[in-house]
Design a protein around this ligand. Sequence first.
Ligand code: DQA
Length: 170
Amino acid sequence: MTAALVVIDKYRTGLNGVSSHSSLIKVLVLHGPNLNLLGAREPGIYGSVTLAEIDSMLVAEANQLQAEVEAMQSNHEGVLVDAIQAAKTKFQGILINAGAYTHTSVALRDAIAAVKMPTVEVHLSNIYQRESFRHHSYIASVAIGQISGFGVQSYRLGLHALIHHIRHSN
Ligand code: DQA
């Protein structure tokens, strides 16, 4: 399990010099099974970037967007379900690469539907260019959108899209 957290200034100074509370958006980043092996795992498909490097990039990107991310990885479906259920109290959105559970897990789909939190689904590879069993996503129907095929950029683009959605729906 990896974890990354950054807290940025909660107070920004307005034009009139008065500090005002800015809305700090907190996003839970969930990585599913085998993504802990990134860097070494099938680099021809997933690239050479490690999960720790992806999490660091997301922390920096969130910082730029006046937001905060907390990332976790698990190889266990129930652990991911628990994380989604617990997210409601602490986060405003979920960025998820459910790995192989994307194509198999009604439980993850139901957890996302239950918490009713804006969720963006991301994949490093283009799942529609790969084996047919990867063409169906149980997550897609409960996500606000999906980004697939841009490598590490899928996470970055997904984070931007999620934060933009949260900001503009409040
Ligand atoms: C993946 C695609 C899935 O089909 C696969 O099982 C993964 C990674 C991706 O990021 O491209 O583990 O989610």
